[in-house]
Design a protein. Structure first.
Length: 245
């Protein structure tokens, strides 16, 4: 009789996993549809009025080279934007991969590396496909040389921070801390993207596109990790082991 509760618990858990996977896939599909919609609007020039209005609203009237706000705020935004730069995201990724490898979760480490590395390749490919120039009617406060659409900072910060935030949240048993970790990942992603608009190096539509496709990629990679864990092909986490014991 003692086995009946455990069987029911297992069935309930499997049901939750299936529902969670379905919800995640639906969210990913919605995000990808959002990206396609934005891309179509950009290709047809439909977003230019919206983009210009926001970029000019963030400039001092009569001086398109001067962002609104005090000097210290501009410097702070420059610091924030570096959180989505290649150097910082690479260091964060390598630190996470190194930790997973040292914790005997080498397959999980490879999956994180593949998710973020694959996202980098995807961003490069999308930039080449759309080949959208950077905004040229406001001054760029920081240097930017690649194509504009979709934003690499917005997309890669979404992929990196959301992937690692979900990874940390999964091994944290307390719901309040899970919410904090995921909230922090989302906040960092939003701040990095918003900073690119303020600094004049991206159209707002570039940022929205980067967020949507980056979040969709992160969710799909995380669902792949969950599926591989259930198949036993990559290492589980502490929460999995606790439930099995």
């Amino acid at each position: 009789m003692s086995q009946i509760p455990s069987v029911r618990s297992l069935a309930s858990r499997i049901g939750r996993q299936e529902v969670g996977a379905l919800v995640a896939l639906l969210v990913s599909a919605a995000l990808l549809l959002g990206f396609v919609s934005i891309a179509n609007e950009v290709a047809e020039g439909e977003t230019l009025g919206f983009d210009k209005a926001i970029l000019l609203a963030l400039r001092t009237p009569g001086d398109v080279g001067d962002p609104i706000g005090p000097r210290w705020f501009e410097l702070a935004v420059k610091d924030l934007t570096s959180l989505g730069g290649t150097a910082v995201l690479t260091l964060i990724t390598l630190a996470a991969v190194g930790y997973l490898a040292m914790a005997s979760k080498r397959h999980a480490a490879l999956l994180v590396l593949a998710a973020i590395g694959g996202g980098t390749v995807l961003n490069w490919a999308l930039k080449q496909i759309f080949s959208r120039p950077r905004p040229d009617f406001v001054a760029h406060v920081v240097d930017a040389s690649s194509w504009s659409f979709p934003s690499g900072h917005a997309m890669m910060s979404a992929i990196t921070y959301l992937t690692l935030g979900a990874l940390l949240a999964r091994v944290e048993p307390k719901r309040r801390l899970k919410a904090y970790l995921l909230g922090l990942a989302i906040t960092l992603t939003l701040l990095v993207g918003a900073s690119r608009i303020y600094l004049g190096v991206h159209y707002p539509s570039d940022i929205l596109a980067g967020w949507t496709v980056g979040a969709a990629w992160a969710i799909l990679c995380w669902q792949t990790a969950q599926w591989l864990q259930r198949r036993g092909e990559i290492e589980g986490d502490g929460a999995d082991r606790a439930e099995k014991s």
